[in-house]
Design a protein around this ligand. Sequence first.
Ligand code: FAD
Length: 459
Amino acid sequence: MASTTDVIVVGAGLAGLTAARRLMDAGLTVQVVEARDRVGGRTLNHDLGDGRIVDSGGQFVGPTQDRVLALAKELEVETFPTYDQGLSTYVKNGSARRFTGDVPPDVAALADVGAVMLRANRTARSIPVDEPWKALGAKALDSQSLTTWIRRGAVTDGGLDLLNILLGSAFGGSATDASALFGLWYVAGAGNEYTAGTLDRMIGVLGGAQDSRFHGGAQMLSLRLAEDLGDAVALGHPVRRIEQDDHGVRVVGDNAQWRAKRVVVAVPPTLACRISWDPLLPAQQDALFSRMALGTLCKIEAVYSEPFWRKEGLSGQGVFRDPTSPVCSMFDNSPPDGGPGILMGFVGGAQWRRWVSLPAGQRRGAVLRAFATVVGKRALAPVDWIEQDWTKEEWTRGGPTSVLAPGVLTELGMWRDVPFRRVHWAGAEHSPYWNGYLDGAVRSGEMTAAEVVAAEGKM
Ligand SMILES: Cc1cc2nc3c(=O)[nH]c(=O)nc-3n(C[C@H](O)[C@H](O)[C@H](O)COP(=O)(O)OP(=O)(O)OC[C@H]3O[C@@H](n4cnc5c(N)ncnc54)[C@H](O)[C@@H]3O)c2cc1C
């Protein structure tokens, strides 16, 4: 196959665009091919109509997420702190209780949560982030669900409920969906090369993964990357087929095709294995990718003329252990200048499954009633309403990331990043640190670009 380009990058999310930038930095020619008519993938700026935007996809960033922070600096995209002043609210069976910090004041469950955090942080330290299947006791940890592992610490229903609420937003699923090894490896990755990952950092706001947001929205990173890449980004071209031989690759869309020496596939693994491959993907890689389904997550934003809850000393943050609430957790997602006021709720995992089949009016009513429990009745009358269900996105199919069930990491995990001849893999699910996060996407884009540059003998 005669090639006109050195590398084709499939997918113009943060990982693909970062890879493309680094490949060009190294002097290679690049063509990015994207299915949607926009860049940014799982990041999405919703235009509020007055020059302001709100994030409908990935948005938070925090300490140890060095690669995405460095990229933001390079692209001159600044961050600002998540609104975290005043009291947060814990809603349990319809009644609201105010609290400060990250852990809700559920007296019966608190000791359990503390014990799980300690045990998780300690075990996570023994898991190699590059090769979790080589951890001491990996097989045993991977043969049980995270629920089973949590229960081993004599954790009560209350403790498990609280952890599942946190996982509803973090995984778009529950502890039953994940293997214990996967969950603990995820904790191990919530750090960097110098700082061990912890569950506290994963769930925390101030100093944690929810510490800050990006001015102009997280999609601004991809918009700036694409601006710099110019004509090298082709939008509206779903890649249907990838062929390769000893001389190069051919990437085929509906009415266009591209040839190159190599290809970086930077789409969620569950979509990578739906592409038609010639030759076929190695069976182990196909089996792994098809087991990397994303969680189920919907993000709701209710817009108000002002963030009225701030005057009442409320942070707008809430955690729900309440069977009537579809919302797992909520945040004040107002723009950095404070107006308009925006409350954002995550509907994920089991809550999503119960709520998604309701008619639109009932879905909205249930979320607004949950918001009202936290900030009062004014929450019932927003001026705007944005419901972004990521399971309905053909080129994502869920969110925020892939969650691996028991057995998958130890049987197939080692195939995740292995190049398939001239095909290299990138994406948030391919990162050792902050796997599934914006930082993981940037890290993987940079690591894969370096792998391709080395393979092309440019280093
Ligand atoms: C609701 C939600 C909230 C989140 N919150 C946070 C957060 O607060 N902080 C955080 O760090 N992370 C968060 N995340 C995760 C974060 O957004 C992702 O990890 C990151 O954006 C993934 O980037 P990526 O480039 O790896 O993949 P993607 O963004 O999924 O990009 C893949 C690209 O490939 C394209 N594509 C797919 N198939 C094809 C095909 N066949 N042909 C061509 N193109 C194709 C897609 O259209 C997409 O543009 C959240 C995610 C969601 C959904």
